[in-house]
Design a protein around this ligand. Sequence first.
Ligand SMILES: NC(=O)C1=CN([C@@H]2O[C@H](COP(=O)(O)OP(=O)(O)OC[C@H]3O[C@@H](n4cnc5c(N)ncnc54)[C@H](O)[C@@H]3O)[C@@H](O)[C@H]2O)C=CC1
Ligand SMILES: O=C(O)[C@H]1O[C@H](OP(=O)(O)OP(=O)(O)OC[C@H]2O[C@@H](n3ccc(=O)[nH]c3=O)[C@H](O)[C@@H]2O)[C@H](O)[C@@H](O)[C@@H]1O
Length: 440
Amino acid sequence: MRISVIGCGHLGIPHAAAMAELGHEVIGVDVDQAKVDSLNSGQCPIYETGLPELLARHTASGRLRFTTDIREAAAFADMHFIGVGTPIDADGRSYDTGQVYGAVRQLAPHLDRACTIVGKSTVTVGTTVQVTALAQRLAPAGERVDVVWNPEFLREGRAVEDTLRPDRLIAGLTTVEAEKAIRAVYAPILDAGVPLFVTDPQTAELAKGAANTFLGLKISYINAVADMCDAAGGDISQIVDILGIDPRIGSGGMRPGIGYGGGCLPKDVRAFTASARQLGADKAAALLRAAEEINESRTDVAMDLIRGALGDRRVKHAKITVWGAAFKPGTNDVRESPALALAQALQQAGATVTVHDPQAVATAMTRNPELDYTDDLPASVDGADLVVLATEWPEYQQADPRELAGRAASLLLVDCRTILDPESWRTAGWTVHQLGRPGK
Ligand SMILES: NC(=O)C1=CN([C@@H]2O[C@H](COP(=O)(O)OP(=O)(O)OC[C@H]3O[C@@H](n4cnc5c(N)ncnc54)[C@H](O)[C@@H]3O)[C@@H](O)[C@H]2O)C=CC1
Ligand SMILES: O=C(O)[C@H]1O[C@H](OP(=O)(O)OP(=O)(O)OC[C@H]2O[C@@H](n3ccc(=O)[nH]c3=O)[C@H](O)[C@@H]2O)[C@H](O)[C@@H](O)[C@@H]1O
């Protein structure tokens, strides 16, 4: 099929490349000329495993190209995926769907044949109905436009794999033609046995919000239990193992730490909570709000752990190394990064902070230029009074505690993600504090 992907960000680039991999001819559209130029020259503007190779292969073969000209996409494609951003609104609680409506407004008047618009962005329930009305109103008279909502479940860092081999596909639609088109575009994935849920648009929209909100709830729940371990004595790592072995609970997405961040979970939990409130589901809203409050408290929890670790020494004037800037390992995305929030809080408390990250120094510098950065792991601990592990990159688990012991001023480590083997660090002379594992 000939398809376009409108919005080439963390979702759109992997989606465009994956669609080319499935055999489609793809045109990616973005308003950002620099991004389009870099994509057309084979450069990948985001750090994502397997994506540079896929981009290089399909831009070279001519099956994938990028443009800023929406008319070119309208003239080329029979199906248009919309993957533009849906940031949180100025009120801080609901989606700003302006980019979605903006893309449809730009595209629809140029449609010159029957086509399908497939929304992938995460939106408030009810958006598909409005997008459909808008597209059909603006399309030239006589041109058939079907709209499908097909929410995306990829995780950053695994975007290519998740797009090509998803757990499930959802299509919220209302016409036979739309279902035929969706089955055609995803045929190789469906043939591989991936289930497709064909449903109404509202169910599709709500399912996406409900999924991300559940992930946020699960993380906040385990973080609440980690706090109880810290207060009462207990080992959150063992509790995760004990709970996770029960298939009704499952151990996935239950790692304790300094909270969920990124471009999606925080805003999606916020927006879903707001929807619950607007729809009159007050008790649901209260439950979800509690999960948000737990998440919002994680920087304070980490600061308490750090203060406890420093003892008589104070945060003020301490030289502190923060390991991690990305919101999670495997990406250079720093949107709503809990690690950067912690680094900022430490700096505001008077510490001299150096942030290390293996991939996200450049993006973090743009977002938080007030902090100092390095991508040299051993050098990051030079002269440090305290090292704080904030993002669980494998590099930190693989680091040599003996080598680092020779460089730090004081052998004090706070593991906010509870991923290190404390024994190997203690053997090398370090004092280790782990979140949710007091005295372990
Ligand atoms: N980042 C992720 O892993 C996932 C994101 N989503 C959802 O996908 C949507 C996009 O998210 P991201 O890719 O992270 O955002 P992003 O901010 O990385 O990318 C959005 C892109 O859309 C472009 N854009 C804005 N208006 C445009 C227009 N009128 N025409 C063409 N391009 C336009 C922007 O320049 C930007 O490059 C959001 O709704 C998000 O919630 C869903 C699943 C996974
Ligand atoms: O809608 C989206 O954009 C995507 O949001 C999340 O994906 P992502 O933001 O890439 O990251 P996750 O792996 O879910 O992690 C989110 C945050 O939660 C934290 N987290 C995750 C898992 C865990 O057990 N504990 C934990 O603290 C991570 O460190 C990170 O800050 C969802 O997992 C995807 O299914 C969804 O498509």
